[in-house]
Design a binder for this molecule. Structure first.
Ligand code: C6P
Length: 404
């Protein structure tokens, strides 16, 4: 597909701006935008409840979406796919239902320093309630975490290893398969945060052997408000419900409740069926483009962006010195200019990037800077987008009064 064919799929791209904040949320193709409308126009009824045709159809659309997610990450069963609101809720589900029930005082939860707050705060909270301890797994100066580093913080006390597949700040990827092997050797479960990996690379939960995987629909061309938790069936079976309410029960009497089978045990209340339908269409869209093509194009764009930004005086890119370690995410500092000013100047030039702490304050502290500017790509970006970014960045210091 050429640039124009790709851009045509996304109605928001009218040529008036350059979008480089896809790590925050991706733009949506027309097929996904239309899907929510189609759901409400053709299939709207409360799923999983009604015995009439429309409700049965709504249920079918919802469960078809679950099957699409299962296939997309190669889970063994749809019982292992829980729909949530987003990656944050998926991670909280594991912390509330698994950690709070199975951890005890003295146990340890290993959390990498690369984590987004959503894969740190739930563990901190679970540790506070159970008396367990959060142990940090630090990265090296370029954001890498070796298997030796993980081994060095593991012990028989470790019960959970919570680690991101790809950092939302520096784009660095962890060797999750090797990490899973280490976690299992010590009898711990591994919780992988796939928010920044599932939209950009093939993620096969059985190949990686992760126990839990969390991700959001809105970062993978799908709607906001729908997310996924994958969990191994035996673990999910052993866990109590996270939220209580409608449709997550089998029977309720005055003094006894039995819960629904997986996955419905974890989906209390009316579900986001239109969102799931939209996510299904997003998965169809990714499959139509081909994940290998998405990855290839994003690799090329990352290499191009790394080269362009590296050539800008007074700009330093955080993390690895190897462009291929950045997976579409470049976080940088411009000497003497606050990242908020950088982002505001870029916005004036209709180039949209994120500035701040990227919801990863412990990592930013570790990297020695409380705030940075971040440009993040998706496959719909073009080399022209990168050229516009580079040109806008080159103007920042002169505009701030530096005579470079
Ligand atoms: N990162 C970013 O701009 P939610 O908000 O629940 O969909 O995703 C949370 C989350 C969890 N893990 C990682 C690695 C993430 O990057 C995010 C979201 C966005 O970097 C918004 S803060």
């Amino acid at each position: 597909m050429n640039d124009n064919e790709i851009l045509k799929e996304f109605p928001i791209f009218d040529g008036s701006f350059t979008y480089l904040d896809s790590a925050a949320t991706s733009q949506k193709p027309e097929c996904v935008i239309n899907a929510e409308k189609e759901f409400y126009e053709k299939y709207n009824a409360n799923p999983l409840r009604g015995l009439y045709r429309l409700s049965v159809e709504a249920t079918e659309k919802y469960e078809d979406a679950r099957e699409a997610v299962r296939g997309f990450i190669n889970a063994g069963s749809t019982k292992e796919i829980i729909f949530t609101r987003n990656a944050s809720e998926s991670l909280n589900l594991v912390a509330y239902s698994y950690a709070e029930n199975f951890l005890k005082a003295g146990d340890e939860i290993v959390v990498s320093i690369l984590e987004h707050h959503s894969n740190f705060l739930p563990w901190k909270n679970a540790a506070k309630k159970t008396g367990a301890k959060v142990v940090f797994l630090d990265c090296d100066s370029e954001g890498g975490i070796s298997t030796e580093a993980l081994e060095s913080v593991m012990s028989e006390k470790t019960k959970i290893v919570a680690v991101t597949m790809v950092s939302n700040v520096i784009g660095r990827k962890n060797d999750i398969k090797a990490f899973a092997g280490i976690a299992h050797k010590y009898g711990a479960v591994i919780v992988a945060d796939g928010a920044q990996s599932v939209p950009h690379m093939k993620v096969d939960v059985r190949e990686l052997d992760v126990d839990f995987l969390a991700f959001s629909g809105h970062k993978m061309y799908g709607p906001m408000g729908i997310g996924v938790l994958y969990g191994k069936e035996a673990l999910l079976e052993s866990m109590p419900p996270f939220l209580y309410g409608g449709e997550m029960i089998e029977t309720v009497t005055r003094d006894r409740t039995t819960f629904a089978e997986l996955p419905h045990k974890f989906e209390a209340g009316t579900v986001n069926a239109a969102g799931a339908y939209g996510l299904h269409k997003a998965i169809d869209f990714i499959n139509r483009i081909g994940m290998e093509n998405i990855e290839k194009r994003e690799r090329e764009l990352t290499a191009y962006a790394y080269e362009k930004l590296s050539a800008i005086p007074h700009l330093s890119i955080l993390g690895s010195k190897d462009a291929m370690d950045h997976h579409g995410i470049l976080t940088f500092l411009i000497e003497g200019v606050h990242p908020h000013d950088v982002s505001a100047i870029l916005s004036e030039k209709n180039v949209f990037v994120r500035a701040g702490n990227h919801c990863a304050q412990p990592l930013l502290k570790h990297l020695g800077s409380p705030s940075t500017t971040r440009a993040s790509l998706a496959f719909y970006n073009t080399k022209d987008d990168i050229d516009r970014l580079a040109s806008a960045l080159s103007s920042v210091r002169p505009l701030m009064g530096y005579d470079d």
